[in-house]
Design a binder for this molecule. Structure first.
Ligand SMILES: [Mg+2]
Ligand SMILES: [Zn+2]
Length: 198
């Protein structure tokens, strides 16, 4: 089965802006498109993003849609297609089930797209991204872009892997996937010479 790749948006794919509210502020991080192209060979790319600026009234749904359309346009120009973008619009004090590190966004995407959350790879720049990944039993990668280097230095979370950016995260994820695939193959004993595992 494919591994879905669950990606944070701000500080992971896009340059971190404080409450990005304008499509003009959409800027891909260096290496993001290349990393995403490689990650897409593992499975669908799903963005999971906390956007409490909606509940706080800093921007409305139309502005968010415009930002996401611009992000998709820039990625498409680099040969990258996103399978879904899942958004938590709530404030932290609303106690919703979808604000990361809670697993709601990932579980919603899994139900829609039909992937196994425990086989997913979750990539982000904050402890809440790693927390989401841990909550669903996924493999977690902290990227040092955005807040990631600070989170790593402060020891706020325990990711499985740490990468400088999405380009390196893709290398690590592909190597991890190859290693786990070969580990899952049955060993061929001397009783079955030449037998190829199905
Ligand atoms: Mg982030
Ligand atoms: Zn929410």
């Amino acid at each position: 089965m494919e591994r879905a790749i669950l990606l944070d948006r701000d500080g992971t794919i896009l340059v971190e802006r404080h409450y990005l509210a304008d499509p003009a502020g959409v800027e891909l991080l260096p290496g993001a498109a290349e990393g995403l192209r490689r990650l897409a060979t593992l499975g669908p790319l799903v963005v999971v993003t906390n956007q409490s600026g909606l509940a706080r009234g800093y921007f409305d749904r139309a502005a968010l849609d415009a930002i996401h359309a611009e992000m998709r346009r820039r990625l498409a120009a680099e040969g990258v297609e996103l399978a879904a973008i899942e958004v938590c619009p709530h404030r932290p004090d609303e106690g919703c089930e979808c604000r990361k590190p809670r697993p709601g966004l990932a579980l919603r995407a899994a139900a829609r797209l039909g992937f196994d959350p425990a086989r997913a790879v979750v990539i982000g720049d904050k402890a809440c991204d790693v927390g989401l990944g841990r909550a669903i039993g996924a493999t977690t990668i902290l990227v040092r872009t955005g807040y990631g280097a600070r989170e790593e230095a402060a020891g706020t979370c325990r990711p499985h892997l740490v990468a400088d950016d999405l380009r390196e995260a893709a290398e690590l994820a592909l190597a991890w996937d190859r290693a786990s695939a070969s580990a899952a193959l049955p060993s061929i004993g001397p009783d079955a010479p030449g037998e190829v595992p199905a």
